[in-house]
Design a protein around this ligand. Sequence first.
Ligand code: B12
Length: 220
Amino acid sequence: MATKEEILELLKDGVINYKEDQVKEASQASLDAGLVPLEMIMDGLAAGMEVVGQLYERHEYFVPEVLMCADALYAGLAILRPHVPKVAGGVNAQVVIGSIQGDVHDIGKNLVKMMFDVAGWDVHDLGRDVPLEKFVEEQMRTDSEVVAMSAMMTTTMLGMKKVIKMIKEKNPNVAIMLGGAPVTKDVANLFGADGYAESAGNAVAEGIRMIARLREMQKK
Ligand code: B12
């Protein structure tokens, strides 16, 4: 039987070289071997996508290759995701999440969504290329305390500032969190957001911190 390291390598290599069947087989093998699915997703699939990003930046890969890599990643995610256990005693909270208008990048957003989901949050996923007003409408419809937006392009991230303004005008008691490669803590502050996390791994902790602050402020 393959070791954990070998399976992680197969997942990573499968994403990098868009070998969808290899990713599917390695994903199933990791489940059969009782390995931790979240670790397979983060250290295998997402780690592979990070390398794809570097290849794209070095102009060794172009959009068609990257799309095939994304397909391979999603094939693995479909197998592993249902096996990521929910965290016991999660917070009772709702989050609206989506990739901002003009932005079709959704891999990072989907990983963040998964983390909120397994942490027991009610997640309202708007998908990708989400019109700015849709974030406002969905927040109001669901009365969610948190809105999380993802942007992967310097051009699209400007839309997040507009959404923050629109939401805060309608309802100041909403905590807004930003993320995505071009977004930094400084950018998030500048846009008037309440929170920022650089990876899916710390998004939930940031969400909980924001909710605690919000509830504290409401008591005053
Ligand atoms: C995959 C990819 C694509 C795929 C997207 C597939 C999909 N379904 O997502 C495809 C091929 C479709 C694509 C298209 C394009 N892409 Co592209 N793409 C990438 C690439 C290679 C990887 C992104 C990725 O998935 N990374 C892996 C995930 C796991 O990481 P992540 O997204 O950063 O997410 C993590 C964190 O950022 C964070 N996070 C993300 N969102 C959120 C949200 C919240 C709330 C929080 C808390 C955290 C958080 O947590 C995540 C997990 O830890 C990047 C290069 C790169 N280095 O990032 C370029 C990149 C983002 N693309 C780029 C460009 C320019 C394009 C195109 C315009 C190319 C073209 N000429 O057509 C189009 C744009 C289409 C559009 N309108 O959106 C540029 C953007 C440049 C910029 N700064 O503006 C990049 C940076 C490449 C480059 N260096 O030029 N792309």
